[in-house]
Design a protein around this ligand. Structure first.
Ligand code: PMP
Length: 404
């Protein structure tokens, strides 16, 4: 069974205090805390293995290369990709999407073409596409959503034309917690031979994802949101697509031969990995994925779903509580406002009670506009959060509400 106390022991930071109060960390949507195993993997590699990967004949370089490439295989297995050629290491979701927007834009977007995104995207799944559209004379189209925070699939179908080059959609909203029917979105887009990018930043830490089952063409996620280190992430792409796309950045690693006249590019996945990769972080990411796998993604999901249900039920009973979004399928993220208390005031006062939440627009300004608000308070849960921490949040909100 899932032993939450034992799990919490793996995360030293959870036992610290802030302002003399036990830390209640509910900002996991922004980044998760790191288990000992991940930090120790990094320390061990720097102390005992460190050397640049891929180009050395010496022992350490080969050992570091082996760890780095073994990590690619761990990622492949974790998301059930077909081949390690489909796993590109990046700095995170943001870089993964910028890479794709650039390369796909270069390869196949012309004036008058269209890119479809959803109404609930993070800025990192809007702005790179907007930049590419501007460069190419293309246009963004937006899948609208209902007041409950669900995408309107019937409208979506009508948005797809022979000019649509790609559909980009988050699997889980970082604001509303909505779990989007991405498999259905992929099916609909594929009927018209349009590729789909799924932003998995907020889904991968909470549920099992399977590339072959989802059948999406591209998928992006960040290591730091799934208990791994900062500065590393993944772009998954179907091999046939990646073969067709030109590189994003030039430099070492991504070449086969260089002359001043002409450069030929390396094979996959290296074509998209210019420069020295963060090989310590890739190894640590693999350690994080091994960690969650050892707990079991199904167990993590069940624990977090139970926690979210409990939190929703308790929060809803608070006078003046307004929870944003009411999707039927939802994940471990809850955005709310209480009465006319400003989200920033609520966040700042909760912080004084030792409770870390996020406030603001959550890098989703178009979604805020759609909801007619400036920002929210957001509590987001991880595998180590407890019902006692939800109680602390509820009691904290009650206390602050009474102050106003
Ligand atoms: N997409 C979503 C849905 C997110 O929640 C985030 C992080 N808040 C990102 C993309 C960007 O991730 P990163 O900053 O790690 O690149």
């Amino acid at each position: 069974m899932y032993d939450i106390n034992k799990v919490r022991e793996d995360f030293p930071i959870l036992s610290r205090e802030v302002y003399g109060k036990p830390l209640v960390y509910l900002d996991n949507g922004a980044t998760t805390q790191k288990p000992r195993q991940v930090v120790e993997a990094m320390v061990d590699e720097y102390y005992n293995v460190n050397a640049n990967v891929h180009r050395g004949v010496h022992f350490l370089s080969q050992q570091a290369t082996d760890l780095h490439e073994a990590s690619r295989e761990v990622v492949r297995t974790f998301i059930n990709a077909h081949s390690t050629n489909e796993i590109i290491f990046t700095r995170g979701t943001t870089e993964s999407i910028n890479l794709l927007a650039f390369s796909l834009g270069e390869a196949m977007v012309k004036e008058g073409d269209e890119v479809v995104v959803s109404a609930m995207e993070h800025h990192s799944n809007i702005v790179p596409w907007q930049m590419m559209c501007k460069r190419k004379g293309a246009q963004l189209r937006v899948i609208p959503m209902t007041d409950e925070g669900e995408l309107q699939l019937s409208v979506f179908e009508g948005l797809l034309t022979e000019r649509t080059r790609i559909v980009c959609c988050t699997q889980v909203s970082n604001v509303l917690g909505t779990v989007n029917p991405v498999k259905e979105i992929v099916r609909i887009a594929h009927e018209k031979s349009i590729p789909v990018l799924v932003d998995g930043a907020q889904s991968v830490p909470h549920m099992r994802v399977d590339m072959q089952d989802l059948d999406c063409d591209f998928f992006a996620f960040s290591g730091h949101k799934i208990y791994g280190p900062t500065g590393v992430g993944v772009l998954y792409g179907k091999e046939a697509w990646l073969e067709k796309l030109p590189p994003y950045q030039g430099g070492g690693e991504m070449i086969k031969n260089v002359t001043f006249e002409k450069t030929t590019y390396n094979e996959l996945p290296y074509k998209f990995e210019a420069g020295t990769p963060d090989y310590v972080a890739t190894h640590a990411l693999a350690t994080a994925l091994a960690y969650v796998s050892s707990l079991g993604m199904e167990n993590i999901e069940a624990h977090e779903q139970e926690l979210t249900r409990y939190a929703l039920e308790r929060l809803q009973r608070i006078e003046g509580m307004r929870i944003l979004g009411a999707a039927k399928e939802r994940d471990a993220v809850i955005s709310f406002l209480v009465g006319d208390i400003h989200h920033l005031d609520m966040g700042t006062l909760l912080d004084r009670l030792g409770i870390a939440v996020r406030t603001g627009h959550h890098c989703a300004e178009p979604l805020m506009k759609r909801l007619g608000i400036e920002g929210t308070v957001r509590a987001s849960f991880a595998l180590y959060n407890t019902k006692e921490e939800v109680d602390a949040l509820v009691e904290g909100i009650e206390k602050i509400r009474k102050m106003f």
